[in-house]
Design a protein around this ligand. Structure first.
Ligand code: ADP
Length: 507
């Protein structure tokens, strides 16, 4: 594979990059600080050495001026010997020259009186400076012109070794290196730990993003090269591409669904219209069948024998059942197309009980069931609502109660609720009851507990669906409680609306 430094730097984890960057930074900082401190130490030491040299020159000058005047070489040699002591025990090579620049005495201790002038002393005697410092590689040379009155009578030259300075500098340098190494190690470790806290969550984020975009990244994952940020970038790009794709897909799906929905609505409208037309067309001949069979039973076309009476009676009974079914279908069609309208007029709950009792009495008698009614005395005499539709609700519930009860009783209660905001009507029977799993579904169209073709109870499964629709249209609620084998109670709760009192008519 092709390798390049730039490439491998990119692939390093972020934590390592940060640690490396930190190390370089620390090395630079510590290096600069060490250099500065070495320079400062060097300056201090040079100043100290120069001060020492000045002191020695001062002493030697004051002690030697007389002897120089008289050129007393023996005295000067003694003096030089003392200078070594004054130098703190170390060697301080000293040379003393006369007014012509010739060497008179030096630290060797021998008689060194020369005839030729030395270059060094000649330079000083010719110059204007009384004291001259010369820094060499290994020592500091300090020279002083000895003056008596206005006369230059000689030159003193001493040398001080710079070896202690080198030692001191070596110590400073070593200390700097130790500090630098410690700082680099700690800095790199800290940078690594710090970057771990940053890259840790970032890596988790990257992983999570990768998982999210997993499908899209299947091929790309292996080829992601670089640190966490590069990986995050790649993953993010892939995810955003995937999101865009998913969004486009969803938009397309939405569009398709809208079209399908429109088609479904259209189909539903057609179905409702079809049901309404068919029901309406069925009602006319059915009413004719019932009417004619009525006339036959009443003997208007001549007397019927017992057999004929029975058969025409069955004809009429089935005609009525068919008419009830057609009416139910028409109601469903009206409700679904939103064409069912409610009226809001005052009605008497007592009158309602009387009417439904009259209609269902025959059912109770046929099955020898007790039919009980009760009206809460707390309830106002008049309530506001659609009496016909409320009656339809009660009749539906009572018909079911009688249908599914073989012995015992059916009870209709109308009462005011404790909060006085609503009133309820409850139909209780002692019939077969409804299993818990069916309690919800029985309110759906064409749903019955027994859906088999061999079921013993007649009905199309529309009554409760219509009832629930009507109750909801009246801003009410319907609920059912039932125990299999013991009976059921259907309770409808409606808002309590009391008629406005009519103003008294003044005569
Ligand atoms: P239908 O009575 O025409 O079948 P409904 O919608 O009125 O349709 O009722 C649906 C189903 O609910 C019934 O078939 C029956 O299984 C169940 N059901 C309704 N009322 C009762 C009741 N009082 N006791 C037992 N089952 C009932």
């Amino acid at each position: 594979m092709h390798w390049s430094p730039q490439h491998s730097w990119k692939r390093l984890p972020l934590s390592v990059k940060m640690a490396l960057a930190m190390t370089v930074l620390v090395v630079i900082v510590v290096g600069v600080i060490s250099l500065l401190s070495i320079r400062r130490e060097q300056d201090t030491f040079r100043n100290e050495l120069q001060a020492q040299a000045s002191l020695l020159l001062d002493f030697t000058q004051s002690a030697s001026s007389d002897a120089l005047y008289t050129l007393d070489a023996a005295y000067l040699r003694d003096l030089i010997a003392q200078t070594d002591e004054l130098g703190g025990g170390r060697d301080v090579p000293t040379e003393i020259y006369d007014r012509d620049g010739r060497l008179i005495a030096d630290s060797q201790g021998d008689a060194v009186y020369t005839l030729e002038s030395a270059a060094y002393s000649t330079r000083l005697l010719a110059g204007n400076s009384m004291t001259v410092f010369d820094w060499g590689d290994e020592d500091l040379t300090a020279g002083r012109v000895v003056v008596v009155g206005r006369e230059k009578i000689g030159v003193i030259k001493i040398s001080l070794s710079t070896a202690p300075l080198d030692e001191k500098m070596a110590i400073v340098r070593n200390r700097g290196i130790t500090i630098a190494v410690l700082a680099v190690v700690t800095g790199a470790a800290l940078a690594y730990l710090l970057s771990q806290t940053i890259t840790g969550p970032m890596r988790e984020l990257t992983e999570a993003t990768k998982r999210l975009a997993a499908d899209q990244l299947k091929q790309d994952l292996v080829t992601v090269k670089g640190d966490e940020i590069t990986a995050l970038q790649v993953t993010f790009n892939a995810m955003s591409a995937r999101l865009t794709e998913t969004l486009n897909h969803l938009n397309q799906r939405n569009h398709d669904l809208e079209i399908a929905n429109e088609a479904a609505l259209q189909a539903s409208r057609l179905k409702t219209e079809f049901l309404a037309t068919v029901s309406h067309e069925l009602r006319t001949p059915l009413n004719a069948i019932i009417g004619f069979s009525d006339m036959l039973l009443m003997g208007m076309s001549g007397p019927l024998n017992e057999k004929q009476h029975h058969k025409v009676g069955r004809l009429q009974e089935n005609g009525k059942r068919l008419l009830a079914l057609v009416n139910d279908i028409l109601d469903v069609a009206r409700i679904e197309s939103g064409r069912m309208e409610l009226v809001r007029e005052p009605f008497s709950p007592q009158k309602l009980i009387d009417q439904v009792s009259a209609q269902t009495r025959v059912l109770a008698e046929n099955k020898k069931l007790e039919f009980k009614t009760s009206l809460d005395a707390e309830l106002p005499l008049l309530l506001v609502g659609d009496e016909k539709r409320i009656e339809q609700v009660v009749i539906n519930l009572l018909s079911n109660a009688f249908k599914f009860t073989e012995q015992g009783s059916v009870t209709l209660r109308i009462f005011s609720d404790s909060d006085a905001q609503t009133w309820s009507l409850a139909v209780t029977d002692t019939g077969i009851g409804i299993p818990a799993h069916a309690l919800d579904v029985i309110f759906e169209q064409f749903r019955q507990v027994d859906n088999s073709s061999t079921r013993i109870y007649q009905g199309a499964g529309l009554g409760l669906a219509i009832t629930r629709h009507l109750v909801q249209m009246m801003d009410g609620k319907i609920k059912v409680e039932s125990t299999v084998g013991a009976g059921s109670t259907f309770t409808v709760t409606l808002p309590m609306v009391i008629p406005e009192p009519t103003p008294a008519i003044m005569v």
